[in-house]
Write a protein that binds this ligand. Structure first.
Ligand SMILES: Nc1ncnc2c1ncn2[C@@H]1O[C@H](COP(=O)(O)OP(=O)(O)O)[C@@H](O)[C@H]1O
Ligand SMILES: [Mg+2]
Length: 422
């Protein structure tokens, strides 16, 4: 690793500037976090996680995190895509090859490398005294798209293209993407995630995600706004960020978010092994949600929607809640996309009901009460959503730019697969 410690800053709810809240360091065997004395002395200090999880209680005791830096801090660090970009950036600065640098970087380097545009309300610095973020200059989406394609093909990038990609370092997820902002009609900054397709996609996944997100909104779910754009003749999906809010005269507030992975106390391995559960997430909402009557049924219907459209990539980093130190609130839904398949049945990525992860409506209904719904009300809502999806999905996906061949492919076994009615 190159850096051994990172100072953690948080934008408290409603604030447009951050306060320092603690430090995380590698002690040779594990990562240890401590809240700072100045933070603990504040009357408005909030714990960065929920009670019972690391960082969930405001005390000066050291909090041991595992080698992967799981938890609230992991949510502020990038995933696969951002990590590749950080390796490139550091390699360039040190005039070394990205492959060699990869072996030398530790979690703290990635945490520091994500920069001030990162998702959520946390940020980092290498020294404790000043918050002096380096905002990267924004490049046109055309450049970012071209750079992402070249990088995927393993081709060299010139400096301008390299810079264009650096806006992707601060975000999680595996697909190529960048963050950018633009002024709206009221001259306020609006913040967006731009997601690109990759050469490995079997169908136009940008149109599939754009279509699925719009369909989700149409059938009544609370979803991030999306737009499908043409950039250099390629489809690009824009998703409006819900963790940034304009606050007048160019100021912005940030919202602290925790992924379901963090809320459930899991790490990346457990998530990949399918050890996460909608039911346990619903239990946490029942305990901590500001409004369980709203969020419980909303989570249930998001799960049902994923079954209906064959989104089996609904893992615990694709769900998140805002956390204000007292209450949880589901964020708008994001990263909803059918996962093209030809096999008959499928599993979701999280446990759905009595039959584990099986993507079947009967499985979802088996535990509806955990989400605050009676079986009868849930069955009625599921049936309504099913009919709505059936009536609207092809038109919505076509409007998002999906060609009829791709629509037919999804109709075979992915969207409204017969297996979900077993
Ligand atoms: N609209 C949004 N507002 C704020 N954060 C978002 C938004 N969309 C995604 N994110 C965050 O960015 C991460 C990566 O985005 P995601 O759409 O899941 O990409 P991928 O398809 O690569 O997994 C998510 O896990 C979430 O933390
Ligand atoms: Mg994702």
């Amino acid at each position: 690793m190159i850096s051994e410690r990172a100072y953690i800053w948080v934008f408290l709810p409603g604030h447009t500037a951050p306060v320092i809240c603690g430090v995380v360091a590698w002690d040779g065997a594990e990562h240890v976090f401590r809240y700072g004395k100045s933070y603990l002395a504040r009357s408005d200090a909030m714990p960065l996680s929920i009670p019972g999880r690391p960082l969930g209680d405001l005390s000066g005791n050291p909090c041991v995190l595992d080698g992967e830096l799981s938890g609230a801090l992991r949510d502020a660090a990038p995933d696969a895509w951002g990590r590749r970009l950080i390796q490139r950036e550091i390699a360039r600065k040190m005039d070394r090859s990205a492959q060699r640098i990869e072996g030398e970087l530790g979690e703290i380097d990635y945490l520091l490398g994500a920069g001030p545009e990162r998702i959520g309300a946390l940020d980092t610095s290498e020294t404790p005294d000043v918050y002096a973020p380096t905002y990267r200059s924004v490049s046109p989406l055309e450049d970012a798209l071209m750079a992402a394609e070249k990088m995927e093909r393993g081709e060299a990038l010139d400096e301008a293209l390299d810079a264009a990609l650096n806006h992707g370092t601060s975000i999680g997820g595996a697909r190529p993407k960048v963050l950018f902002s633009q002024k709206n009609a009221r001259q306020e900054d609006e913040y967006w995630v731009a997601k690109f397709s990759t050469s490995r996609d079997t169908v136009n996944l940008v149109a599939a995600e754009g279509g699925a997100m719009r369909l989700a909104a149409r059938v009544g779910l609370r979803v991030a706004d999306v737009q499908v754009l043409q950039v250099s003749n390629k489809d690009v999906l824009l998703v409006r960020r819900f963790d940034r809010e304009p606050h007048g005269s160019g100021e912005v507030t940030r919202r602290h978010m925790l992924s379901a992975m963090t809320l459930l106390g899991l790490d990346e391995y457990a998530v990949r092994a399918g050890d996460s559960s909608y039911l346990e997430l619903a239990d946490l909402l029942r305990k901590y949600a500001r409004n369980f009557d709203q969020d419980g049924p909303e989570l249930f219907m998001r799960m049902v929607f994923n079954i209906l459209i064959g989104n089996t990539d609904d893992h615990a980093r694709n769900h998140a809640c805002f956390w204000d130190g007292d209450f949880l609130e589901l964020t708008p839904a994001y990263d909803i996309c059918p996962q093209p398949r030809l096999g008959y049945s499928a599993d979701l990525a999280m446990v759905v009901g009595d039959n584990g992860r099986a993507a079947r409506l009967s499985n979802a209904l088996s535990q509806a009460q955990r989400f605050g719904l009676t079986h009868d009300v849930a069955a009625e809502q599921v049936d309504k959503m099913r009919r709505w999806v059936d009536a609207d999905w092809k038109e919505t996906f076509a409007a998002a730019g999906m060609k009829s061949g791709d629509i037919e492919y999804l109709a075979k076994a992915t969207i409204l697969s017969p297996s979900i009615f077993d």
